[in-house]
Design a protein around this ligand. Structure first.
Ligand SMILES: C[S@@+](CC[C@H](N)C(=O)[O-])C[C@H]1O[C@@H](n2cnc3c(N)ncnc32)[C@H](O)[C@@H]1O
Length: 266
């Protein structure tokens, strides 16, 4: 009777943007509860949506999310397809995913860290403008920043650009843990954007393409810390918590631990 929520669809297909992920072995991010208030006004509109990073197997990136309920990958594209029944959906990845193409989904291959490849993609779709762009690719700071700088120009006025999975993976961070997602030449994207939020200037060194255009065209940006609920039996959790932090200490979110940035264009 009621249309499913974005989180219900994300859980059905097994993207980690929902609350369940593809399997018990994969932590989910609960981004969709954050997205739905931004997206619901557009639900039935004939929008153009682009997602970069589809979660598909291939020789160019060792994708691990494609398993469990999401064996072929592309769970998030399938989620957008159902949630936005009138949208044209563009997906791009460094691994090819033609098996995801259908009447409203079209997939492309590019390396998001390569500006020439981004330009070739833009030309191939006649430089159309998007209402929503979701960036869920390599999560490397240089890639996130090149992609943001490039694709912000392809966003409509009032459109939303989302950078997912802000990590501690840039200059000055302990990069070992970030593995393939790390790049020590530039500040992490959270820091670059937070400095802009506070001062009007992007943190340096950064890899943003055309930062002046970006600075002039950002209406606002919001950082989010999606909630993750510890799945521990209640009584036991209370005991564990008391032992770790002391009975009178409250658990709080770590400062600068936001995972999402949602940017609106003027
Ligand atoms: C976390 S998965 C995306 C998950 C998917 N959005 C979902 O929610 O189900 C990340 C994807 O980014 C792709 N990727 C990694 N590096 C890339 C690059 N340089 N350019 C484009 N895509 C890249 C990987 O191949 C992988 O499929």
């Amino acid at each position: 009777m009621f249309a499913p929520s974005l989180t219900e669809l994300a859980n059905k297909y097994g993207t980690d943007k929902g609350t369940e992920g593809p399997s018990d072995q994969w932590g989910a991010h609960n981004y969709t509860d954050v997205y739905e208030p931004y997206f619901e006004k557009l639900r039935f509109a004939p929008i153009n949506l682009l997602e970069i990073g589809l979660g598909v197997h291939g020789e160019n990136w060792p994708t691990r999310i494609a398993h469990g309920r999401n064996p072929q990958g592309g769970a998030s594209l399938k989620t957008w397809y159902d949630y936005f029944p009138n949208a044209a959906i563009y997906g791009a990845d460094i691994n090819a995913a033609p098996h995801l193409d259908n009447d409203r989904i079209k997939t492309f291959v590019f390396d998001q860290g390569n500006a020439q490849q981004l330009q070739a993609f833009a030309n191939s779709i006649n430089n159309i403008q998007f209402d929503i762009i979701v960036e869920d690719g390599s999560h490397r700071p240089d890639h996130q920043q090149i992609t943001l700088g490039f694709f912000f120009k392809m966003l409509k006025s009032g459109g939303l650009y989302i950078v997912e999975d802000l990590m501690d993976n840039g200059l000055g961070d302990d990069l070992e843990e970030a593995g393939l997602h790390a790049c020590g030449d530039f500040k992490k994207t959270r820091t670059v954007l937070k400095e802009f939020q506070k001062t009007g200037k992007f943190g340096t060194p950064h890899a943003l393409l055309d930062p002046d255009y970006l600075a002039k065209n950002i209406e606002n940006l919001r950082f989010h810390v999606p909630h993750r609920v510890a799945v521990v039996e209640k009584v036991r959790w209370k005991r564990v918590k008391a032992r770790i932090v002391g009975a009178r200490t409250r658990l709080r979110w770590q400062p600068d631990s936001e995972k999402l940035c949602i940017i609106r264009k003027k």
